[in-house]
Design a protein. Sequence first.
Length: 256
Amino acid sequence: MERMVTRVRFDKPNIPKPKRVAAYARVSSGKDAMLHSLSAQVSYYSNLIQNHNGWEYAGVYADEALTGTKDNRDNFQRLLLDCREGKIDMVITKSISRFARNTVTLLKTVHELKDLGVDVLWLSPIYDSPNDDMGYDIRDYRKIMTEFGTMEDFDELLEETHKRGMKVIMDLVINHTSDEHEWFRRALAGEKKYRDYYIIRKGKDGGLPNNWGNFFADCPWAKFGDSEDEYYLHLFSKKQPDLNWHNPEVMEEVKS
């Protein structure tokens, strides 16, 4: 029997190129606490980018002890230059206000980002917070953290970005609140409604409610107020009590 050989062509797989991601960090003074914060931010962003599937590390740009306009910050200018030269696809920063403190300079920066082809600003948490975990411990969902400006500043940023066809993504943290949030304070004061907003459990056999671990420490349980045998769940820091998503009132409150 005559054999037939057919050449089959396989298309080259369309493997997406990794997104080249950089980060920007800044502190406004050379005090030890500020420099420690800057070091922590640089380490956090480096690990975040390098461990993210689909991202290529493009560097962390950092300026220390520099306030004022963006023009006198060498590494910020270097970041913009690398963006202009097409070396970076996405920039991560704690808040857009890291780019500029006052609204006028900030909006000028937004304009420039638009000219560079940026069409989305993704803001890490900028809500009112005691800042135990870089803003991820929210004290008030309806206020802006003082160091990032005012609600009026945010409204102007939102209006100006939308005018230019850009979008703003807000990082809304709803796994937990700050322990300084009004809901948790009212739970500590004994209001049953707000106790049910959180996950509060009695200990077992003189110990913890269970043997879970958490992201920040070995134990995700902390004593609830002055109680001897009640604990609240915190899968992150002790200052971040977890919300009880089995309670439909929590969902409605967050949606409102």
